[in-house]
Design a protein. Structure first.
Ligand SMILES: CC(C)(COP(=O)(O)OP(=O)(O)OC[C@H]1O[C@@H](n2cnc3c(N)ncnc32)[C@H](O)[C@@H]1OP(=O)(O)O)[C@@H](O)C(=O)NCCC(=O)NCCS
Length: 166
């Protein structure tokens, strides 16, 4: 694998990003297979606050998106990480970790107060994400809904992602 670089997505990346997302979630039993469509809908709505790609071997092999979330229907500088996708043959090489760390850094640069995600606790706790009782995503097991706060407190309430998530 040649040296990895991470950069913002460009307009010309969108088809390749959809392909990577589709491949990454293809064999995930809990995926609704809407992840690529969700990213495209958010892109069309200018709702991708941060959309990064990872490139190596002369091609894009990974992608991560962050978008605004509301807590009790108010936006208070919290964001959602979703989805993060690595082309299967490039998984487990540290690319997902690099995208997540870079995304977190960029969120802090725009004065985000925190970030939520739905995912495997065993993976995301290494970045500081933790399940907590204050933030609720209805309909999902609480231990999979995790938050990383960039300030002293974590708000309480019901979290809603962009409408593209349905
Ligand atoms: C999850 C994903 C983004 C991780 O990226 P990656 O580049 O493969 O992971 P990294 O190389 O940074 O980290 C590897 C570690 O993650 C763990 N890991 C990878 N996928 C995991 C998963 N779905 N659940 C739990 N742990 C996982 C590996 O076991 C490995 O653990 P270790 O460091 O303790 O050995 C990537 O595997 C992927 O695209 N998966 C399919 C799509 C998906 O599930 N996305 C997340 C939900 S939005």
């Amino acid at each position: 694998m040649s040296e990895l670089s991470i950069r913002n997505e460009r307009e010309s990346d969108s088809a390749r990003i959809s392909e990577i997302i589709t491949l990454a979630f293809e064999n995930d039993p809990i995926s609704n297979k809407r992840e690529a469509e969700i990213v495209q809908l958010m892109r069309d709505d200018s709702a991708l606050t941060i959309s990064l790609v990872a490139e190596t071997d002369g091609k894009v092999v990974g992608h991560i998106a962050f978008s605004k979330v509301t807590i009790n229907d108010e936006f208070n500088d919290w964001y959602g990480l979703a989805p993060v996708s690595i082309e299967p043959k490039y998984q487990n090489k540290g690319i997902g970790s690099k995208l997540i760390k870079e995304g977190i850094k960029l969120l802090q640069n725009i004065n985000a107060k925190g970030c939520v995600l739905l995912g495997e606790p065993g993976y995301y706790q290494r970045f500081g994400f933790e399940a907590n009782q204050q933030l609720v995503l209805p309909g999902v097991p609480a231990e999979y809904f995790q938050a990383l706060s960039f300030c002293d407190s974590i708000p309480s309430g019901t979290v809603k992602y962009h409408q593209a998530f349905g």
